[in-house]
Design a protein around this ligand. Sequence first.
Ligand code: PLP
Ligand code: ZN
Length: 446
Amino acid sequence: MTYSAQLRCIAGCPGGHRLDEIVYRCRACGGLLEVAHDLEALRARSAAAWMKLFDDRYKRTTWPFGSGVWGKREWVAPHVRDENVVSLDEGGTNLFWADRYGKSLGLDELWVKLCGNSHSGSFKDLGMTVLVSVVKQMVQDGAPIRAIACASTGDTSASLAAYCAAAGLRAVVLLPAGKITTAQLVQPIAHGATVLALDTDFDGCMALVQRLAEEPGVYLANSMNSLRLEGQKTVAVEIVQQFDWEAPDWVFIPGGNLGNVSALGAGFDMMIELGLLSKRPRICVAQAASANPLYLAYKRGWDQFEPVVAQPTEASAIRIGNPVSFAKAIRALQRHDGVVEQATEEELADAAAVADRTGMFTCPHTGVALAALVKLRAAGTVEPGQRVVVVSTANGLKFTDFKVRYHDGQLASDTHRNAPIALPAEYTKVRDAVLGSLDTSAAEPG
Ligand SMILES: *Cc1c(COP(=O)(O)O)cnc(C)c1O
Ligand SMILES: [Zn+2]
C-alpha cells in the first residue's frame, strides 16, 4: 500500500503542494497550510491493525521505528525514504504518574507526559526530526538549499541545531538576546550553528527570519512550517497508546506560538477519522498572563483574535504576543470543547515548586499548565474522577536558573522556598539543624 500527503490551505483554497515543495503559506490567500493525508488509503488498514502495528514498533530496535515519530511514519511523512530519516530517537517519553501531586488537587489520576525527556530537552524534537528529514531528502533530490533557519525562544533553535548537526546541514538561528536560558543559548553554539543574538523579542526575530527565508537557499523552520506539526502530532497518538488506546478526559498544554496545541488536536482528529478513538478529550491551553492573546480571544468568545506585546515571563518559551498558529489552535480548541486559562508569575512559580516537591523537576511552562489545572480543578471544571494529562514541554534542567532564583527568594513568590542551610562543619550545629528540619512539614506538597 502506498500512502501520500499534500500541503493544503486551511481556509480551503483549491489545489495542493507536495511535501517537498518550498512553500510556507497559501499562495492564494496567504493563510496557513496544513498537511492533508490520503485518508482513504490509510483506511484500508483497520483501526485494530494500526494499533497493533504501532504497538509492535513502539521503542523497538528496528530502525527507524524505535522513534516515537517514525514508528508512525505513514501518518506523518510517508514520502521520506529510509536513507533520509534523521532521527535522534525522539518520542516514546515517560507518561509520569503524578500521584502525590494529583492527590493534592483531589484528582485520582494525574499524568504528566514528559516531552522534555528528549534528545535536545524539549518536545521540539518531535517536529524537527520530520522537518530536517524532509529537507535532507530535498537536498538529496537536488533542491538548492544551503541552510535551515529559524527564530526561536530557545528550544526550537537547540533542536534544529542538533538535527542539522546530525544530518550535516547548516543551521542559522535568530534569538532574542538576553531572553533565553544559558542552556538554550549554548546548545546551538555547541552544535556549530550560526547564532545571531538580536536586540529584540521573539516576535521581532520571527519577522526578520521570514524575510531571510526569501533569500535563495534559505529554508524556514518555524512552526508556520506545517511539517513540524506532523511530528508533534504523534504526542496525541502516543498518549492514547500509553493508556492502551483509551483517551484521557483532559489534556493541559502550555501555548505560545500555538503550534503544539494545533498538532495535539490534529493527532486526535486523525485517530477519530481512522477509528482508533471514539471520544475526544477536552483540551486546555495554558498561557502566561504576560503573553496571553489566546486567553483574551477566548474570553471574548473567539470573536476576534488580537496580538499583544508580550511582557517578560519566567516561561520564556511562550513569551509570544503574535502567535503564528492561532487559527489552527482555535479550530483545535473548538473541536475539543476547549478552554484557555492563564497563570501569573506567582502562580506558575508556585505550581512548579509544589510539583517539584512531589518528585517532578518542572520547567516554568509546565508550571503554567499545572497552575491552569489548579484553577480549573478549584472551579470544578475538572472533576475528581477524570483522567488528566499535562503535557510537560521541556526538561527542567534547561531552567535551573528559574529554580535557583525561586529558592533564593528572588521570584514573584517564595511560598515553597527551600533554601540551603549554610553552617560551619561542626557536629552539634549539623545535628540541631537536621533534627530541627524534621519538625517542619517540608515534605508536604502544597
Ligand atoms: C515551544 C515551546 C512551547 C510552546 O509551544 P508552541 O507550539 O509555540 O505553542 C512551550 N514550552 C516549551 C518549553 C517550548 O519550547
Ligand atoms: Zn488559502
